[in-house]
Design a protein around this ligand. Structure first.
Ligand SMILES: [Zn+2]
Ligand SMILES: [Zn+2]
Length: 131
């Protein structure tokens, strides 16, 4: 069993997904791995909109959502962003930010710039809406 990165419910990766039938191979393995069936579809739709916007921050947020490097914490509206960046051929640096839809502890966020982390957090924070 896995915990969904968006709604924190437990789900089985083996469960057949309606989304696979609908979108086929356009659903990334990460979406299947990190999100429950309902959220995978919601994130898939959100990513499509973000990518189509042509905005670089939106595109970065879409990548973050696809990889599930941003996850919900126990506190409502608060998320953590974790990533490993390769600094040299042998060294990697771990990046860790605390993110809410209104703030982020990354360098851009500290200066009040709307960063990709906040865009991703905003989408994860959106409650389920009737389609
Ligand atoms: Zn979910
Ligand atoms: Zn940020």
């Amino acid at each position: 069993m896995s915990t969904c990165a968006r709604c924190a419910t437990l789900f089985s990766r083996a469960t057949p997904r309606l989304i696979d039938i609908r979108y086929g191979n356009m659903v990334t393995p990460e979406l299947r791995r990190f999100y429950c069936p309902g959220c995978a579809e919601a994130i898939y739709r959100a990513r499509t909109v973000l990518f189509r916007s042509g905005n670089s921050t939106a595109a970065k947020a879409a990548t973050i959502l696809g990889r599930a490097t941003i996850t919900r914490t126990r506190i409502p509206g608060v998320f953590t962003y974790k990533s490993t960046a390769t600094t040299t051929a042998t060294a990697t640096a771990s990046i860790f930010y605390i993110v809410t839809p209104d703030s982020c502890s990354c360098p851009a966020g500290m200066h009040g710039v709307l960063c990709s982390h906040r865009v991703a957090a905003t989408i994860l924070n959106t409650e389920e809406e009737a389609a």
